[in-house]
Design a protein around this ligand. Structure first.
Ligand code: ADP
Length: 361
């Protein structure tokens, strides 16, 4: 049985804004799922509908097989962690964490035992009696997590919980979050607009755009095999080249482009007759001096227009006949390539199994 199912879920706000439409998703027990997309694409609205803070306009939400569409939030087996943590500043750490248990009618002894256990787990014991507004961002973040988990939810919902932290602390807490999720085996649904966070933390990513699901897949799937133009542009760093005259050959296809015929895997968004885009990941492109033997199909001719090195990675910008430029990376260990100078003629190529053809729009 799935832990969470969204079936044709949609949300239209009273002012007519369609925030979410036709959202289908099935989440396995213990999965870590991220909703990823730009601001305003409907991530938080969907999370709030799962928590019960927002009514559903269409469709149904099931938790562990039970339809909770009409169940009030406090009766759902979910906990939500908000971006601003929503702690009570004048309550102590202990009171904040215990708050969720107060409404559950536990005895004081049971409540204290649960709060003590979770404070132990999060290393919060020494702050137990400190007021929440006297703590650092990272500590507040841990309290918010502890407060969400102390009620032992089936599903933990996290709405950009790392957004308020600086980059270093964010990395530390990301690692902790992943370890914690593995240890507890609780299903996590995590909202973020940061692709690195979604790619690094989750088992599966739901890529959203304008209230719709563009693709659901593992981080590797959405990264290496984007299903749509939006995903190809939003995830990773793909060179996007327009194509026409589609020729399908099994699960591969080729199109005519300004740089010759290019070949790649065929995404499901391709429909015969529609415009096609070729998505080539920057890290799958190889660069070589024109005239050098070797190289695979999908060869693009151009000139080096920019070059710089950051650490062990060499970055080149290659101008393709003045029509478009692509970014290519290489290891700085490759001395022959690092000797390339601006203006040198080069060939950029990419094996077709790393290239994806997606429908335009
Ligand atoms: P995200 O979390 O991806 O940034 P939201 O779910 O917050 O997106 O918002 C999705 C869309 O719904 C946006 O266009 C937003 O302006 C709109 N929206 C959010 N909350 C409300 C509301 N209470 N009333 C009307 N429109 C809303």
């Amino acid at each position: 049985m799935y832990d969470l199912q969204l079936i044709g879920v949609g949300k239209t706000y009273p002012d007519g804004t369609v925030a979410v439409s036709d959202f289908d998703l099935a989440v396995e027990p213990g999965e870590f799922v991220a909703f990823l997309g730009p601001s305003g694409c409907g991530k938080s609205t969907t999370l709030r509908m799962i928590a019960g803070f927002e009514d559903i306009s269409n469709g149904d939400i099931l938790i562990k097989g039970k339809n909770v569409s009409a169940t009030p939030p406090e009766k759902r087996p979910t906990s939500m962690i908000f971006q601003n943590y929503a702690l009570f500043p004048h309550m102590t750490v202990r009171q904040n964490i215990g708050f969720g248990l107060d409404v559950k009618g536990l005895s004081t002894a049971e409540k204290n035992a649960k709060v003590d256990r979770i404070m132990d787990m999060f290393g919060l014991n020494e702050f137990a009696d400190r007021k929440a507004d006297r703590l650092s961002g990272g500590q507040r973040q841990r309290i918010a997590l502890a407060r969400g988990l102390v009620v032992e939810p089936d599903i933990l919902l996290l709405d950009e919980p790392l957004g308020a932290l600086d980059a270093n602390l964010r990395r530390v807490i990301q690692n902790e979050l992943k370890l914690l999720q593995r240890e507890l085996g609780i299903t996590f649904v995590f909202v973020t607009h940061a692709q690195s966070e979604a790619l690094g933390l989750s088992d599966r990513i739901v890529v959203m755009n304008r209230g719709r699901v563009e693709q659901i897949g593992t981080p590797h799937e959405v990264y290496a095999a984007p299903a749509t133009e939006f995903v190809a542009r939003f995830i990773g760093s793909n060179a996007i080249i327009e194509g026409a005259n589609l020729r399908i050959e099994g699960d591969m296809a080729s199109v005519e482009t300004a740089f010759g015929r290019l070949r790649g895997r065929c995404a499901s968004s391709i429909t015969p007759g529609a415009s096609v885009l070729v998505a080539i990941p920057a890290e799958a492109m190889r660069i070589q001096r024109t005239g050098t033997a070797g190289g695979s199909e999908n060869r693009l001719h151009g000139k080096v227009s920019m070059k710089h090195a950051v650490g062990s990675v060499g970055h080149f910008k290659v101008d393709l006949d003045g029509k478009q430029s692509v970014d290519v990376q290489t290891s700085t260990d490759n001395e022959a390539l690092m000797q390339l100078a601006i203006g040198d003629a080069v060939i950029v190529d990419c094996p077709s199994d790393r290239v994806t053809l997606v429908g335009q729009g």
